[in-house]
Design a protein around this ligand. Structure first.
Ligand code: PFF
Length: 450
């Protein structure tokens, strides 16, 4: 039943893997979520706590997932099965597959908004328009959001159908450099606007007055989401690594690139927002309401708006392919489906699952789950519960069942610059699980009780 190891595709170059994993990591989480969370949580103060979370929690889990994939050469379900035969641990892999499915269904809807704004920028962003109302109008309509959601899912499935090397690797090798160049152009534009300095100081001078338990929670949650951890995406990508790759270095590259791009996104956004006298703390609307307003006011704004939304769409695509790959790898490895058939079938099913979140802003806007609309409900379960739970169980498994010692021996099997030393053990055994348990509790409390 299981595919022979010989047959499994492998990244053809190390750069291919790093760009694919960094592409998974760099996404709406970096360019949409990171800046708006930073904007509402004290700017640099949040940044500092976030960096600590990345180092103490993100990096060890990245090492863990990458190692699990490389050692087993399997999708998340198969990986747990192989490392803990005849136990129920494979269910953690199953939770990952389910999480990938759910995240992709609404991630693609938001990516569709980005495609819409990309097209709108070409026809021109009018100065002085009411961007709040325009955004509301777009998301509460039905046809266009579903159309763009379909286009985005189609692109995602097309890449996955083409395979690991000819699909994923080829796409990220073209798209990631473009993303980087576009981001540099935007930063240059943003920091050279008159009045940009105020934005820079907001971003770089910490205001600890806004920091509370919620900040800690957001920082850890963001670390997980942005690094694509807790749902087996990195296990899956790691499973296409060849045996002669070192883990410590590869994990550092991926974490480093993701963090760099999130920080760069802040430099592209805050100086411009301040230069035009707008509010950095508008929350989720920062990208789709505040930024179009910012672009509409600046010289050549339509051009820069277009560049921004192309970049945002690219970042979303390189992430969505990793989400679909988790689901497809599972059904290919465990149920022996052909890759193409799996990509098309799952692409369609996930597209359909994404329709209720679209309707939730229009005809179904009466729906409420503890005060959340449909998209927020999907998002709550996937990002605030399933992802951290997956991360928690993966850390407990690696630290206590498989054992931290054995895991890092495997990670260090091939020598690299970064040695995964014994500092790893207390982090994966205690720090990660405890920190995550706290955030899951806080999330449950806030929604159901607080
Ligand atoms: N890391 C992506 C982002 O920051 O947008 C989101 C994501 C992709 C989460 C893939 C999980 C995943 F498996």
């Amino acid at each position: 039943m299981k595919k022979d190891l010989q047959q499994r595709e492998h990244w053809s170059t190390r750069l291919g893997f790093i760009l694919a994993a960094a592409g998974s990591a760099v996404g709406l989480g970096n360019i949409w979520r990171f800046p708006y969370v930073t904007g509402t949580q004290g700017g640099a103060a949040f940044l500092l706590i976030y960096l600590i979370a990345i180092i103490l929690i993100g990096y060890p889990v990245m090492v863990t997932e990458m190692t699990m994939g490389k050692v087993t050469q399997r999708n998340p379900v198969g990986a747990f099965k192989k490392l803990a035969e005849d136990t129920s641990w494979y269910l953690v892999g199953g939770l990952g597959v389910l999480t990938g499915f759910v995240i992709l269904s609404f991630y693609s809807v938001v990516a569709g908004w980005s495609l819409h704004y990309m097209v709108e920028s070409i026809t021109g962003l009018a100065a002085g328009a009411d961007y709040e109302a325009l955004f509301g109008e777009h998301i509460s309509s039905v046809g266009l959001p579903i159309f763009y959601h379909a286009i985005f899912m189609f692109m995602t499935a097309a890449v996955i159908a083409a395979g690991v090397v000819k699909g994923i690797q080829k796409a990220v090798k073209t798209l990631m450099p473009i993303l980087f160049v576009l981001l540099v152009i935007l930063i240059f534009r943003s920091v050279t606007l008159e009045g940009a300095a105020e934005g820079l100081s907001f971003y770089l001078a910490p205001d600890f007055g806004e920091v509370g338990i919620g900040t800690l929670n957001d920082a850890i949650g963001q670390a997980f989401f942005t690094l694509s951890l807790g749902m087996g995406a990195i296990i899956t990508y790691g499973s296409y690594l060849s045996k002669d790759e070192n883990i410590g270095d590869n994990a550092a590259w991926v974490v480093g690139l993701d963090t760099l791009i999130a920080i760069m996104a802040g430099f592209a956004i805050f100086p411009a927002v301040f230069a035009l006298g707008l509010d950095p703390a508008t929350g989720p609307g920062l990208t789709f309401v505040t930024l179009p307003a910012v672009f509409s006011e600046m010289p050549l704004g339509s051009f820069f708006g277009f560049v921004f939304f192309v970049m945002l769409s690219i970042s979303a695509l390189t992430s969505s392919i990793s989400l679909l790959e988790v689901v497809v790898a599972w059904i290919v490895d465990e149920h022996n489906w052909a890759r193409k058939k799996a990509a098309i079938f799952m692409g369609v099913v996930i597209f359909l699952t994404g329709i209720p979140p679209v309707l939730g802003y229009g005809p179904w806007d009466g729906f409420e789950f503890f005060g959340m609309d449909i998209l927020d409900t999907y998002d709550f379960f996937a990002d605030s519960i399933f992802l951290p739970l997956g991360g928690l169980l993966t850390a407990v498994f690696a630290g206590h069942v498989y054992t931290a010692r054995k895991l890092r021996d495997k990670a260090n099997e091939v020598e690299g610059k970064i040695f995964v030393g014994d500092w790893f053990d207390p982090l994966i055994k205690y720090v990660v699980p405890i920190a995550i348990a706290v955030i899951i509790s806080v999330n449950l409390y806030t929604v159901f009780i607080g």
